[in-house]
Write a protein that binds this ligand. Structure first.
Ligand SMILES: [Zn+2]
Ligand SMILES: [Zn+2]
Ligand SMILES: [Zn+2]
Length: 157
């Protein structure tokens, strides 16, 4: 499955006149292996280096920028000033949403769009053609809620 995906990314690069060089492929593989993570350029670099120590940070950075230009990845910032690179779901018209936990910092994803009605209202009321959107919810994740419940139970014992 991963090979098929890499093949499709390769074709995407080719159609924009780029090659999937070994350095670029190493970077793409790390992104695929960490598909649900939200890695910074530095994170990606450290993971690429484990397998291909000869690749430098600048190369990884340029590859990430290229992939984001070609819309293979999306560049996001959760407000901490760090850009993270997130693989785009194949075939998804719009970018997925994020749930950012304000207690533990975990980032979960919502792959459904759920915004069709909002988009319709915005398009008609503001006469605006929506191409994409970024939606980040800030709150407390289910894991932290469980932990809190556990702590309360301990106190009551
Ligand atoms: Zn994401
Ligand atoms: Zn949408
Ligand atoms: Zn949490």
């Amino acid at each position: 499955m991963e090979e098929a995906r890499i093949d499709r990314i390769k074709k995407q690069l080719h159609s924009a006149s780029y090659k999937l060089t070994p350095q670029r492929e190493a970077t793409v593989r790390v992104l695929l292996e960490h598909e649900t993570d939200h890695l910074s350029a530095e994170d990606v670099y450290l993971l690429v280096k484990e397998k291909s120590p000869e690749i430098g940070l600048a190369t990884v950075y340029r590859t990430l920028e290229l992939l984001s230009e070609l819309k293979v990845v999306d560049k996001i910032n959760f407000g901490d000033g760090v850009y993270r690179y997130d693989l785009r779901q194949e075939g998804a018209a719009h970018f997925h949403h994020h749930l950012v936990c304000i207690e533990c910092g975990a980032v979960d994803e919502i792959q459904e769009d759920l915004l069709e009605n909002v988009e319709k209202v915005v398009e008609s009321r503001w006469n605006f053609i929506i191409k994409d959107h970024r939606l980040t919810f800030h709150g407390i994740c289910y894991r932290c809620q469980q932990k809190e419940k556990g702590n309360e139970n301990e106190k009551n014992e």
